[in-house]
Design a protein around this ligand. Structure first.
Ligand code: BGC
Length: 411
């Protein structure tokens, strides 16, 4: 009995327990640059109806309540809100108001992301982030949502992991707009940073007390062998992922959103002198893989502690763990997900006990959803979705995570 109590890890009062989803991955029937990309056969599946969250949100919010979360991270689909350049759909705005209001009625805090990798087709055709005018076009969209929905938003996350679509879309060519062009990449990085700074000003003007920031894909990198050279490569990887954009938005963030998934173990492989952005092999420098993992990611719970320490020292701002999760399928099952959550929370708790200001944790994801290039194969959800009927089936991990959220304790 005593032993059990000793092992319980209590989290601070007011800690935000949540789950995350994104519009394109769950809403269904979105028409944007990504749906075009899917139609062109560049992802494993088309997202199609996804989880039909757009119509079934009330039922999904019932499940959120059962899960006991006090916070929910979701995103707004720009292409729905502004289907034609400069024309905003009042009907869609109203629908998002209903979704957010429904969460509020249930006492669930809202963490809302404005750009989660997808853009309207008209924007992609005429502008794209490599063009300067994208800054004012994006800022106008942000102003509109903040005016219309800002009163229902607790945490504003303007951009989700911007370096992922910038790298994959402007250097790797595997995300829309499909460029492999360092010059366009460079321009897009600067424009997106400018668009973000402008958004930060706009949101604070409309809602001075707002908490505004972005999320970073903050995986932990280590290198093996080759000593000094690999250390440099490791530093470059970190600079690219965090500092390249982070330095351009210094002073414009109220918190840091940390998305942590895995260990990136960089090694040199003589036989692999090629560039493959799917597997991240760059001229022989490659990232070790876990064959059991459908995305080939290496699970490394200690890494979350390392990145929390690093982010706290670097930015000196409150931190929200905006995403953490594991893709399952054969070989890696739901029981592994339960272990995954507990092991990661152990290290989150360790960081908090060392005075790192972590305010919340979101599990990715509430339910199985559309995983970009990988389509519907990876299963990230606490809830299984029957792809034929869209029936929601909570997994064992759902109930285990519920115990944590409801008691504010892990073990
Ligand atoms: C992204 C999500 C994605 C998840 C799993 C995160 O980097 O924000 O959209 O589904 O990783 O790959």
């Amino acid at each position: 009995m005593n032993k059990k109590i000793e092992k319980e890890l209590k989290f601070p009062d007011g800690f935000l327990w949540g789950v995350a989803t994104s519009a394109h991955q769950v809403e269904g029937n979105n028409y944007n640059d990504w749906s075009e990309w899917e139609k062109a056969g560049k992802a494993k599946n088309e997202s199609g109806i996804a989880c039909d969250y757009w119509n079934r949100y009330e039922k999904d919010h019932n499940l959120l309540q059962e899960l006991g979360v006090n916070s929910f991270r979701l995103s707004i689909e720009w292409a729905r809100i502004e289907p034609k350049e400069g024309v905003f759909s009042e009907e869609v705005v109203k629908h998002y108001r209903e979704i957010l209001q429904d969460l509020k009625n249930r006492n669930i805090k809202t963490q809302v992301t404005f750009w989660w990798w997808t853009s309207p087709i008209w924007f992609q055709k005429k502008y794209g982030f490599h063009k300067k005018d994208s800054v004012k076009i994006f800022a106008r969209y942000v102003e509109k949502i903040t005016q219309e929905l800002g009163d229902l938003i607790d945490i504003f996350t303007v951009l989700n992991e911007p370096m992922v679509p910038l790298g994959q879309g402007f250097l790797g060519g595997v995300f829309p707009p499909g460029f492999r062009n360092p010059y366009k990449f460079w321009r897009a990085v600067n424009n997106l940073a400018a668009a973000y700074r402008e958004s930060y000003r706009i949101i604070h003007k409309i809602k001075p007390e707002a908490r505004v920031g972005i999320t970073y894909l903050y995986n932990w990198y280590e290198s093996e062998g080759f000593g000094f050279l690999l250390k440099i490569i490791n530093k470059i990887a970190q600079w690219y992922r965090i500092d390249l954009l982070g330095n351009k938005i210094k002073g414009f963030q109220d918190y840091i959103g940390v998305d942590y998934y895995r260990l990136g173990k960089i090694k040199f492989d003589r036989k692999n002198i090629k560039m493959d952005s799917g597997n991240q092999i760059y001229f022989g420098f490659t990232i070790e893989e876990d064959e059991n993992n459908v995305m080939r990611w290496i699970t490394y719970p200690e890494g979350i502690y390392n990145v929390l320490k690093e982010a706290s020292a670097k930015f000196k701002l409150p931190i929200y763990i905006t995403e953490n999760g594991m893709p399952a399928r054969k070989g890696l099952e739901d029981d592994d997900r339960i272990k995954f959550i507990r092991r990661h929370l152990f290290f989150v708790h360790k960081a908090i006990s060392e005075d790192i200001d972590v305010r919340g944790y979101n599990f990715w994801s509430l339910m199985d959803n559309f995983e970009w290039l990988y389509g519907y194969e990876p299963k990230f959800g606490l809830i299984e979705i029957d792809r034929k009927t869209l029936e929601r089936k909570p997994r064992k991990s759902f109930y285990e995570y519920a115990k944590i959220c409801l008691s504010n304790k892990s073990r």
